[in-house]
Design a protein around this ligand. Structure first.
Ligand SMILES: Cc1cc2nc3c(=O)[nH]c(=O)nc-3n(C[C@H](O)[C@H](O)[C@H](O)COP(=O)(O)O)c2cc1C
Length: 150
């Protein structure tokens, strides 16, 4: 059966994965069924339902290597994502000009392909938040309220 929410993380050193896992726990506690993908390819995903993207940024504003295939495939295959709703969380550091570049790119690509974002994009500055799970958890509470309205 299709899970209520598919969490998709993009990470190089693990922080975004930990945030995604923490949010998965909270979603399960709130009664949602979930599936977790650390990194993803398009053919692993059902092209309908709700995705929660949690990704850090690497290189100069780039999507981490484990998440690049998904976004490349969405563009190359011109995927129809009009049955997808998604939440968007980025981790990054304000020390870089390309702060949270990965989630900005991911958000744009998903919307370009017809997906609808639920709620605001969250951009977590790790220089400000030593524990990125904290702002993510606060954002999630609001996101759950928006999900339940649909
Ligand atoms: C080599 C390198 C490049 C980075 N480039 C960026 C960047 O362009 N923009 C940004 O916001 N953060 C950048 N960061 C910060 C990471 O996104 C941040 O440390 C994040 O918490 C890493 O999460 P992860 O452990 O999931 O990979 C960079 C970090 C490293 C080590």
């Amino acid at each position: 059966m299709m899970p209520d929410i598919t969490l998709i993380s993009g990470s190089t050193l693990g922080s975004a994965e930990y945030v995604a896992e923490h949010l998965e726990e909270k979603l399960v506690q709130a009664g949602f069924s979930t599936k977790m993908l650390h990194g993803a390819e398009l053919d692993e995903l059902t092209q309908e339902g709700i995705w929660l993207i949690v990704t850090s940024t690497h290189g100069a504003g780039e999507i981490p290597d484990n998440l690049q295939p998904l976004f490349e495939q969405i563009e190359q295959q011109n995927a129809d994502l009009s049955k997808i709703q998604f939440g968007a969380i980025g981790l990054g550091s304000k020390e870089y000009d390309t702060f949270c570049g990965a989630i900005k790119t991911a958000d744009r690509i998903l919307q370009d392909h017809g997906a609808k974002r639920i709620g605001d994009r969250l951009e977590i500055d790790i220089t400000e938040h030593e524990i990125p799970e904290d702002p993510a958890e606060i954002w999630l509470e609001e996101w759950i309220i928006l999900l339940n309205k649909d």
